[in-house]
Design a protein around this ligand. Sequence first.
Ligand SMILES: C[S@@+](CC[C@H](N)C(=O)[O-])C[C@H]1O[C@@H](n2cnc3c(N)ncnc32)[C@H](O)[C@@H]1O
Length: 344
Amino acid sequence: MKTNAASMGPARTWGPWTEAKLDALESYLQGFTRASARARGTLYLDLLSGSASNVHRRTGAPIRNSVERALATNPPFSRVVACELNAASAQDLRTKMCAQFPGRDFVVLEGDCNIEVPKYLHDLAKDDPGWRQAPSFAFVDQFSAEISWSTLVELAEFRTANWQGKHRKTELWLLFGDSFIPRGLSGVDGDPSKPVKPEYAERVDRMYGGQQWRDILCGRQQGLLDRSQWRLELVNLMRWRLEHDLGYASTIPLAVPRETGQVLYHMIFATDEQVGDRIMTQVLRNADQALAQMKQDAKVRQLNAGDALFDISTEHLAPDKLGTSFRSEPPLWPWKLPSSRLDS
Ligand SMILES: C[S@@+](CC[C@H](N)C(=O)[O-])C[C@H]1O[C@@H](n2cnc3c(N)ncnc32)[C@H](O)[C@@H]1O
């Protein structure tokens, strides 16, 4: 990889799907602050913010991280708050972003976001209760199951009624690792014959704020759900909890695949605002197309890497079905183990 690691700091490499996700974040944030122009302040929270040094896995090109994109949003957020567990990454972020965006109201919290962010929000509202009325957006870009349900509750409930008397919650954009969870549970891609690791299962309990998901796990272990069904049921349950237990008006999932087409994770958006839903729907439609293009480009590269007699470009390939992975119907009633199977 053609990067100078010493000057990059704690550089991380990411697949091209990460760039599509961050481009979508950037587009949405522009819409968010524009739609919030009449508010007295806006708040961006990045709970698992990473470092400022990120590169594209294949090309080595730098990738602008989520916090940089939030700070570059125009109109700007009144305050940008990042939280990162890794001390070197937090320091890298602080140094580079403060140099790049001098004078901005920018805070880096170092530590576990499940502790630091609720504490920070509590202090923020104590100092100035006006922040509770500010349109707020939280990006929860976890690896697999680091976030706790209680933190999502704190984020949602941070806001009180605004100056128009409307009660809105902090908007959430959550990475839901439906392909990472099976691996975390049993090591090898959710092999149902393997016993689950209790510590990881407890992390998943904490993320869902309960054990309802274990019904779906039993369904998989008993062969009632296939590999893709059980993963989709996990995504559906998280959306259901966000809408029915936290009370968000709508949730929108986006399937994020790797270049081979295999879905890696879902990004789940939760909002109370019709305008947020509308802007994000358009943003996610574009993201879905960018991801389909990523898959096509990978196919072309793979074909050209062989002994092809002529150069193959995307025009030579049948177009991938764009939009097939993008769904915006409401979540279904969560999957339940049939009562006859409860004791098996
Ligand atoms: C997927 S990366 C975030 C990438 C980032 N959004 C970007 O654009 O580069 C997840 C980050 O969360 C951090 N992390 C893991 N557990 C955490 C926790 N409990 N609290 C805060 N940060 C955490 C990891 O160190 C890692 O840097």
